[in-house]
Design a protein around this ligand. Sequence first.
Ligand SMILES: [Zn+2]
Length: 573
Amino acid sequence: MRMSQLLAPTLRETPGEAEIPSHQLLLRAGMMRKTAAGMYTYLPLGWRVLRKIMEIIREEMDAKGGQELLMSIVQPAELWRETGRWDEYGEEMFRLKDRNGREFCLGPTHEELITALVRADVRSYRQLPLLLYQIANKYRDEIRPRFGVIRGREFIMKDLYSFDRDEAGLDQSYWKMYDAYTRIFRRVGLTTRAVEADSGAIGGDVTHEFMVLAEAGEAAVVYCTSCDYAANTEKAESVAPAPAGPGSAVPPFEPVATPNVRTLDELTRFLGVAPDRVVKTLIYEADGQPVAAVVRGDHELNEVKLKRVLGATTLTMAGAAVVERVTGAPVGFAGPVGLKGVRIIADPWALAVEDAVAGGNAVDTHLRHVQPGRDWQADVVADIRTVTAGEPCPRCGGTLASARGIEVGQIFKLGTKYSQALGATYLDEQGQARPIVMGCYGIGVSRTMAAIIEQHHDDHGIIWPVSVAPYHVIIVPVMYEDKQQREAAEQLYEELSAAGVEVVLDDRDERAGVKFKDADLLGFPLRITIGPKALKEGQVELKSRDGRMEERVPLDATVQRVVAWIEDNTPQA
Ligand SMILES: [Zn+2]
């Protein structure tokens, strides 16, 4: 490709709307343009990157026995009503009607459609297992589309669905995908962590998110610095302490007047105690029923964990009226001692605080010398707090660290949720109808492209890994109009193309500085500079974009050197 012909309109200025490097660079390097909020057109270079990512995904899916198909993006409402998700999905679903008033949506995901397909066309255990996937656009009407293609409303996704006879089969499919994902992300040049995640209301026992650790990430991840334990904050655990003893040396609890002291901050200052000596009690409503959640003062209650412990569908902070009815006091004075008529869910760390300060369930009152076990009991003891960096790893006792992560993939055991709702069964060896056991496995393809940039860029632009670079090499003659340079450049361009190298020739009548700047911004892995000095000695300069290789090579050895370099520098699984 000749630079003069390439549609890659670069921008000198960083667009104001772009907050993170990948968004800025995809726009600045002319790889994509915005169509509407959260929707993008991919220009030739961006699309070449996406095609390469998709090709790697296809190879790895096919290697595991996956079969590619393509489902319609427009999906009939009836199918979604069968699983109850037409209403559940809410505002995030793009909905439309045809001319006859029939309702449809733009597929945010494809469980319904693929299960209906398998329901109609799979009958026997002999046809299972089945791994079906597609790579297509998905639509979610996000409230706040941002970060370019990281949280878009239209995005490219690979979704694979596994269909097995039983749980054991599902387990095999699951770990096959786990392996394939590990290979895919390595091959596209990403460092990811497979993170244990909360399976949410779907209730599968295992789910992993593949996270790219990056500043721009929206998810919070906790990982061990010694072993491979990693989990998102909704799931992460650490080592829980033993409950406090009988506290024989602790005086009986007594009320202490705390006028207008409502926040933890005010309380610790007023009483001169550290936050980790306080137990705090939060009143929630779980499916409409009030519950009290007790955590240590300096700990953060994790609502996802609490919801899971309670098995609740909805969980909200209780309003002032409910708090007053449950505790007999206005908001700010709830405590576990003497709390009646409400279930108490306590975190183990709260039960380990000796001689604690707690709310007194009366206006302007707290209690001190509160001893757990002696003065109050929990109905349920469970991990309901957010783990923080520095705590011990639950696997190996090493130290946990925290980071931001971009979720590029998720694998999920669905079980029979969709096959039961949609009646997708097969006949086993005995001729008995059984629900098909399913899993689903997604990769955000466009998001992966952005995540690669988050991990591979510098102040000058993108540094594409060889495996996904739009072109491997750019040839930059310092002065294209110079006959000698032009001829050497053209010859090299021909020879590299013939050798199967993807190469761009910068044939523009621009200053060398401008051409170098563009080459850095666009991020081609290797640059060949043809300048007068080296050329006089029959040489050209090779420089890798990541700065790890810089050498002079004889003109007639260049093709061989470039081919070898590309091979050596392509990320392997
Ligand atoms: Zn560990």
